[in-house]
Design a protein around this ligand. Structure first.
Ligand code: GLU
Ligand code: MG
Length: 438
């Protein structure tokens, strides 16, 4: 893509909440982009969900709110098909002036984890399942989306309904077309079990590309929905009494010969698979904050809602936090089901893959896989609430092996500020903040 042809294009990096932060710049910036022509304060990578600076962050006052350099990532420029004017986006990441990565940037955090696999000659292959809910936000209380043809309420959630795929066909078709333009490998679309809830799956690809595409796809879905007269939200629990939105992550690991290191030719998977599961379970309680980063996230993590509450694993069991899907041994993989739709894909990938690598490095074995309904078993639990999740994350040895100390500090500061500000708002108005920001 020759960016200099465009009147303007956009540049943006990902902040700790997964939001895009950047600028609109003239086409003439195209040549100087890789030379560091666009600068942005480091503090912009960890503003809170309101876009406010973190009051006690060392990034703001102690350093004089210094600028970093935005450099293009290897995802390359992508069209933004929902805009009226053709105005591509160049995904960026924050660096110091000498070009070294800024440790507070979530994409760099994932890169550092992927490097631990690369050091063994391994490549992580990953994919996400993205659940979201279409809603009507025109009134003071949030309600489920109406049937676009009649304007009436939809009475039943109708899981896997083809009729509801028809009902929202123009929206879904526009998404498929946009994914083709943006080179996002979208696979299936299904009607999920909540009112107005849908799910898209993305194809397996290199982990960084999978995280990049999840990040871009979330924005695409939200923007295209608006063009169709409703909102799409990735809030973990838009309605207390209906299904929540998860972001399940699947991954496997290829060695230098392209062999899946989780595959032992049988159903149970290799020892390496079991080490990786053990690592995921050991870090799970401490990483609750990554998988449930907002006040609303904790409404999703309740028993019986197909969202995990207990720290456990199983073969082919959707009540477990870590599920090993069946199927051909070659495709042996981990499905990590804890993250809500409201998470930052880079941080979720880093937390999951980093925890798995901790387990591989330590060569520890997990407890036995569970059988039956995890909600009925006596098992260790995820962090009970937001406050607890922040404290556990901050003090965690497992997380200290995964994330840079500055990122841990920045995220804890950001989440504490959000907790204070959100507690000043009535809970039934939280959706006004979270609807399209998460
Ligand atoms: N919506 C559920 C969640 O919050 C997942 C449902 C499913 O198994 O697809 O994670
Ligand atoms: Mg689902």
């Amino acid at each position: 893509m020759d960016l200099s042809q465009y009147q303007t294009f956009r540049v943006a990096a990902c902040d700790l909440n997964g939001r895009m932060r950047g600028k609109r710049v003239p086409g003439s910036y195209a040549e100087k982009l890789a030379k560091g022509a666009v600068r942005m304060p480091f503090s912009a990578s960890n503003v809170d969900i309101f876009g406010l600076d973190i009051e006690d962050s060392p990034l703001v006052f102690e350093t004089g709110d210094a600028d970093g350099v935005l450099l293009p990532t290897d995802r390359g420029p992508v069209p933004l098909p929902w805009l009226d004017q053709d105005q591509p986006l160049v995904p960026m990441a924050l660096h110091y002036d000498d070009g070294t990565p800024f440790e507070g940037d979530p994409r760099h955090a994932l890169a550092a984890v992927i490097e631990r696999y690369a050091a063994r000659g391994w490549k992580v292959i990953a994919a996400t399942e993205l659940e979201f809910t279409l809603v009507d936000d025109s009134a003071d209380a949030l309600s489920p989306v109406k049937d676009p043809a009649t304007g009436r309420e939809i009475e039943v959630a109708d899981v896997l309904s083809i009729a509801q795929l028809d009902m929202f066909d123009p929206f879904l078709s526009e998404l498929y077309a946009a994914c083709a333009d943006m080179d996002i490998p979208v696979q299936t679309a299904t009607c999920e079990s909540g009112l107005g809830q849908f799910e898209f799956t993305l194809n397996h690809q290199g982990a960084m590309r999978a995280a990049d595409d999840t990040w871009l796809f979330k924005r695409l879905i939200r923007r295209v929905a608006r063009n169709h007269g409703f909102a799409a939200t990735f809030m973990a629990k838009p309605f207390a009494n209906d299904a929540g939105n998860g972001m399940h992550m699947h991954f496997s690991v290829l060695d230098a010969d392209g062999h899946n290191v989780f595959d032992n030719g049988g159903d149970e998977g290799s020892e390496t698979l079991h080490y990786a599961i053990a690592g995921c379970l050991a870090a799970m309680r401490d990483s609750t904050l990554i998988f449930a980063p907002h006040a609303n996230s904790y409404d999703r993590l309740v028993p019986g809602a197909h969202a995990p509450t207990a720290i456990c694993w199983a073969y082919e069991n959707r009540t477990a936090a870590v599920r090993v899907p069946g199927g051909t041994p070659k495709a042996r993989r981990i499905e990590h089901r804890v993250a809500g739709g409201d998470t930052n894909p880079y941080l979720t990938f880093a937390a999951v893959l980093g925890a798995a690598m901790n387990g591989i490095e330590d060569a520890t074995l997990p407890p036995a896989p569970i059988e039956g309904n995890s909600y009925d078993l006596d098992l260790p639990q995820l962090a009970e609430d937001w406050d607890m999740a922040i404290a556990l994350f901050e003090g965690s040895d497992a997380m200290a092996r995964v994330f840079h100390a500055d990122l841990i500090r920045n995220l804890a500061l950001t989440k504490r500020q959000e907790m204070r500000l959100m507690s000043e708002r009535p809970v039934d108005e939280h959706w006004k903040i979270y609807l399209e920001t998460v």
